[in-house]
Write a protein that binds this ligand. Sequence first.
Ligand SMILES: [Zn+2]
Length: 440
Amino acid sequence: MINYKITPNFLSHEWHITLSFTQPNDYETEISLPNWVPGSYLIRDFARHITHINACCNGKAQPLTQTSKNYWQTPALNGAWEIYYTVYAFDLSVRGSFLSTERGFFDGACLFLKVHGQEEQPHQVEFPTLPHTWQIATTLPQISATTFQTASYAELIDHPVETGIIEFLDFEAQGIPHRIALSGIYPDFDLTRFLADIQKICETELAMFPSPAPFTEYLFLLHLGDNLYGGLEHISSTALLADRHSLPSYDMGEADKAYTELLGLFSHEYFHAWNVKSIKPAVFAPYNLDQENYTEQLWAFEGITSYYDDLFLARSKTISPEAYLTLLAQGITRVQQTQGRLKQTLAQSSFSAWDKFYKQDENSPNAIVSYYQKGALAALCLDLIIREKSQGKYTLDSVMQQHYLDWCNTHQGIPEKHWQSRCQEMTGLDLETFFQTALY
Ligand SMILES: [Zn+2]
């Protein structure tokens, strides 16, 4: 059993963590923190926020040797180890960690040191000293009010945690419990409409894929404030940031631009539970969180997800067909406006996400194309071509359903270039010219 006790120091924005584990042999133990968080393809070097670290074994202080920017090693000693470390937490994004007198949030990749060789042991997290008025919102499996436990390290870091004053909104979709945890500052809004819209979107996405869903419960963590926007997907939850004015007012007729964008964000991150958290590139199974994991397939995981996010708003009737076509037209315009589309292919855009898409500068519009925006258009074209060539027998839905069934049966990621070949096998169509044109 690996155990983490997490205590807050609000005024210095620091989490104090005690990591406990047993080393049964006289071996050195290696511990490390991820350099990036799955879903956000940039090396972020989270270990730079560790401001203090020391260790003891069987109650006696022991030296730790730092061996790289994110690795430490203990002396070769068996027994009960405790590692004490402090993480500075003042990053408001969905892929960081944050702590103030008002709230705490973290993505596990920012906080949990990994004990090498014990990744498959149960991992337990305790919050012994949170303020009694604070609630905890997470899909970490709960074993008491303030204690949670997962079966492995990989599972531990796939459930972000929000804590503070939280308003919970509950609904069911296809019999599966869903919850929205609202935090931050927001006005009175049309809660009934909001819940009904999100429920319709979830029902529509659940209905597209074969059962069972990748989750048995689902949690939307929605933090609201001014000029906020962002989302990060997880297997049974998502962390979202949005502007408080994007919530629907009581007198809103057809969904306005900001509310449509908010619904699109919910739709997008929810779809990721199937597309990238389940179906995924082989290089993500498992992730190597020390370094870049290169893949040409981000167009399929972000582009197809971006195609479906707005499409599901139309399918669930939360926006009108006309409003959907306007969004589509805007997407086409955005891609056509950048000269970078003539310089970079979708496969190149995916591969170089780490150092180009995620490190944009003044020349980016001239040099790169978005695997989100152009990937969504490629997905639209692929859907239309499959429908036309198969005379309506197959659609992109059929392909995504089969990819999901393949994942459920094998739990294997998709090797490079196999997304395309599998798509051709599933539909019996020759799509080589399309893939060459769209991707390469
Ligand atoms: Zn995405």
